[in-house]
Unconditional design. Structure first.
Length: 314
């Protein structure tokens, strides 16, 4: 088993590349630090702020977050507001052009007010991220997929991080939220063949029973019966982003991020008792999974409405 973590690096696009070697690239870009028994994956939301989904994708993939404040711009303000409503442990990184005092004013009253702060010192940050460990979660194996592609002579290959349990070759699992069964042909961890992959490790899976074009970000490889899926969701009352300036209420067309899924939805209830919404396609989840409500049409301020933790379905 390798040690390490997945780290979201948000707020600036020139830091992650200085900490790791470039890997997979799409609307998020991955950088890897691999040596001895250590493997750290840095995730950068490359297409944020033009698109909002990459920011939530990076945070959903992460065990830790580096929130880089190199300047107090509109994009950085939106990143701060979004990170604030997530539970991801966060370290605030101060660039040379901003002072601790002015950043402290921006963060006052948020959960990030008490977050550790570090200067933008690359050797120090490299040591910091290499000291982090992904939490070990016991239970049925669970692997959310973030990228997939065909490989000649191998077939469909999916990339993701084991978020629960331990994965073995030849396991027969379900591709949630579909009903399709898949078999794990083989496992690689940073291009090394493995006989198992533990919780926290980033894997490449050769899958039998599915074509690469049937795989999509947000799908989850897990045993049948270990998750729920559907289009109707009930959650706790919304913990609203204190900077949200929109007026999304019951009947509003919004987007929802659940795990690595980012889907259109209709908000049906936002009361002190519950949050209810319906998505336009099935999404896999388990009780307690956070769901983030997004208003892409808000004219000013951050696009994040807030967060609800999902309750078990019927």
């Amino acid at each position: 088993m390798t040690n390490g973590a997945t780290v979201a690096v948000v707020g600036a696009l020139d830091v992650a590349k200085e900490l790791g070697k470039k890997g997979t690239s799409s609307d998020v870009r991955l950088f890897n630090v691999v040596h001895d028994e250590l493997a750290v994956t840095l995730v950068e939301p490359t297409q944020f702020p033009e698109k909002f989904a990459p920011l939530l994708t990076a945070l959903a993939m992460a065990d830790q977050c580096l929130l880089v404040v190199a300047e107090l711009s509109r994009a950085v303000a939106e990143a701060i507001a979004t990170v604030d409503v997530t539970p991801v442990p966060t370290t605030v990184v101060l660039g040379p052009a901003v002072g601790d005092g002015e950043v402290g004013k921006v963060l006052k009253g948020s959960r990030l007010e008490s977050a550790p702060r570090r200067p933008l010192d690359l050797p120090h940050l490299r040591d910091l991220v290499e000291s982090w460990q992904a939490p070990r979660v016991e239970g049925p194996v669970l692997v959310p997929l973030d990228h997939a592609f065909p490989v000649k002579g191998v077939g469909a290959v999916a990339l993701g991080v084991v978020r629960r349990g331990t994965l073995h070759p030849h396991e027969k699992l379900r591709l949630w939220p579909t009903a399709k069964g898949v078999e794990v042909r083989s496992i690689q961890v940073h291009d090394v063949d493995r006989k198992e992959a533990a919780c926290g490790e980033r894997v490449g899976l050769a899958l039998k029973g599915v074509e690469a074009d049937e795989l999509a970000r947000g799908q989850i490889v897990a045993p049948d019966g270990s998750l729920q899926s559907g289009t109707a969701f009930v959650g706790e009352p919304i913990a609203k982003c204190r900077y949200y300036r929109g007026d999304a209420g019951p009947g509003a067309s919004i987007h929802v991020a659940i795990g690595l899924e980012f889907v259109p939805a209709e908000l049906e209830e936002a009361s002190p008792g519950a949050t209810r919404f319906t998505t336009d396609r099935p999404v896999a989840y388990s009780a307690g999974t956070p769901a983030y409500l997004i208003d892409l049409g808000v004219p000013t301020g951050p696009r994040i409405i807030g967060r609800t933790n999902l309750r078990a379905g019927p």
